[in-house]
Design a protein around this ligand. Structure first.
Ligand SMILES: Cc1cc2nc3c(=O)[nH]c(=O)nc-3n(C[C@H](O)[C@H](O)[C@H](O)COP(=O)(O)O)c2cc1C
Length: 419
């Protein structure tokens, strides 16, 4: 018999994120699945985000007592049950009714943070109240800056812990596979309309009784009654601001007293600029391969970024994570945490909150198992010495790296004295 992923309805029968993806593919109409799945242009970055993990291999230790294993980490002084969180995915209400609340509730139940997207369909106040847990909020900086100032006030009053500013979207990425489903913006072609009719379960869950979900966190950016997808698309198209700069981050820094994180950094020079701008953390990200095609993967630049700003900024990253072992590879390279995009969206699409909970459970068990097999009982002890990849010099252990940094500092001082 041919090998097949599980694509039924029982989320407990999903054994991997790929199973949840197969279930999502079946439950969602084609145009929704494509919205989640696709990347920009030739999808080279989308593929790179996955390929990069295959290039990195583990160097396990043997005969280590791994009876007790720990995967919790500390993020901004607070414990997180695992080294990952749910990242921002816009319009989750299209995948499942009140998708944002389902994602946030599953994250809270699992003891990990949730990042609410700016383009979400449940109000941030509702999400915080109904889900509990640690809620961060992602924002875009639109031309009308006052609307962001007001949103920040709302976020503060509601108890949002951190603002995450996405900086890789000053211009929209070209997602051709998504565009092909429409005859004109937001007007599905006949093939896709028929396909929607073949998904009555999804229609009853998402469209009934009010039609397409509406945006709930764009504040007064949208004129009254313009919170529909169509109204928002027109307004947001006008509001995208290609003139964004680090000055805008400094402006937001002055305005927002809690944790501020920049999402969309890809390299050490920008990580250093983020540090100078006074932010608390960065997310290395290429937006899941949905913006600049041929951009590097966040994993490609992680080591150099950690070298420059590790310990000074909370360094997070996303892109392509579908396995617990892949999250461990990022942690071993110095990441503080990983954000999930599609992995938990597949869970949501496959089966609402239980589906998201299953996605988290799969990843947590995979991390636990991989730690055991690596011979590493505490994730805090994981470092580059557990990894090998082609073209890389034999990795340094933490102690070796520290010794090297100290000797470089001494050399620099000696050089400075001799000038
Ligand atoms: C369906 C979808 C919607 C997204 N919406 C947002 C968004 O509203 N804001 C944002 O900053 N990033 C958004 N992203 C990007 C994710 O936050 C994240 O960077 C990316 O999905 C990570 O890659 P992965 O999906 O391979 O995990 C979205 C991604 C997807 C797949």
């Amino acid at each position: 018999m041919e090998r097949r992923l599980y694509a039924g309805r029982d989320v407990k029968r999903a054994h991997s994120i790929d199973d949840l993806r197969a279930m999502a593919r079946k439950r969602l109409p084609n145009f929704c699945f494509e919205y989640v799945e696709g990347g920009a242009e030739d999808e080279a970055t989308l593929r790179r985000n996955r390929d990069v993990f295959r290039e990195i291999a583990f160097l396990p230790r043997t005969l280590v007592n791994v009876e007790k294993r720990k995967q919790s980490v500390t993020l901004f002084g607070e414990r997180s049950a695992s080294p990952f969180m749910i990242g921002p995915t816009g319009y989750s209400g299209l995948m499942f009714r009140e998708g944002d609340v389902k994602l946030a509730s599953a994250a809270a139940a699992a003891g990990i943070p949730f990042v609410l997207s700016n383009v979400s369909t449940v109000s941030l106040e509702d999400v915080v109240q109904r889900a509990g847990g640690r809620v961060w909020m992602q924002v875009y900086m639109y031309r009308t800056r006052e609307s962001l100032a007001k949103l920040a006030q709302r976020a503060k009053a509601a108890g949002i812990e951190a603002l995450v500013v996405t900086t890789d979207s000053a211009v929209f990425g070209k997602r051709e596979w998504d565009l092909r489903n429409y005859i004109e913006p937001l007007k599905l072609d006949w093939r896709n309309k028929f396909d929607v009719l073949r998904h009555p379960g999804w229609m009853a869950n998402v469209l009934w009784p009010n039609g397409m979900p509406r945006f709930a966190n764009l504040g007064d950016l949208l004129p009254p009654g313009q919170d529909s997808v169509k109204g928002a698309t027109i307004t947001l198209g006008r509001e995208l601001d290609p003139s964004l700069s680090w000055d805008d981050i400094r402006w937001l820094r002055d305005l927002w007293p809690r944790r501020l994180i920049v999402k969309g950094v890809l390299g050490a020079p920008d990580a250093l600029k983020a540090l100078e701008a006074g932010v608390d953390g960065i997310v290395l990200s290429n937006h899941g391969g949905r913006q600049l095609d041929s951009a590097v993967s966040a994993m490609d630049v992680l080591p150099e970024v950690v070298e420059q700003v590790g310990g000074k900024l909370c360094v997070m990253l996303d892109g392509g994570f579908r396995r617990g072992s892949e999250i461990l590879k990022a942690v071993a390279l110095g990441a503080d945490a990983v954000l999930l995009g599609r992995a938990t969206t597949y869970g949501l699409s496959a089966g609402g909150q239980p589906g998201v909970e299953r996605a988290i459970e799969i990843l947590q068990t995979e991390i636990d198992r991989a730690l055991g097999l690596l011979g590493c009982c505490d994730i805090a002890g994981l470092d580059r010495s557990y990894l090998r990849w082609p073209g890389q010099q034999a990795p340094l252990s933490r102690a070796q790296a520290q010794a090297q940094t100290q000797s470089q500092t001494v050399q620099a001082r000696v050089a400075a004295l001799s000038v």
